[in-house]
Write a protein that binds this ligand. Sequence first.
Ligand code: SF4
Ligand code: SF4
Length: 127
Amino acid sequence: MAHPWDNISEDEWEAICKRCGKCCLYSLQDEDSGEIYHTNVLCEYFDEERSLCTVYDKRCELKPECLKLTKDNVDKLPFMPKSCAYRKLFDASYKDVPTPSIKNRVIKETQINPEDIEDYIVDWEDL
Ligand code: SF4
Ligand code: SF4
């Protein structure tokens, strides 16, 4: 099946990202049910003020769990936020999901005890 992104260049692909940072929040997955839980715990490398990844070119090296989004995997990652610009592209049912900023709604991973991450599960409409 043809996708809207089939013929776009790498630069055009990158430009789709709104740099909202929602995919830089930790998600948890229930091992038994597979259910995804989003948290408001933000990767240490995301700069909330400037709304960007500060290590973008080296992100996969510095943060092994940081997945590079590609045209091949973008529609196969269940933890991607519903408000993600890429997700909206491939699933029209998400096109009206609001996209408020994460600013002042998150906490850096360096500020929490990783063992307590379940305490930070959130149920935002835009995640
Ligand atoms: S390394 Fe960058 S792109 Fe990856 S999760 Fe962290 S802030 Fe986001
Ligand atoms: S959630 Fe989507 S639009 Fe937002 S930063 Fe991640 S890839 Fe970009």
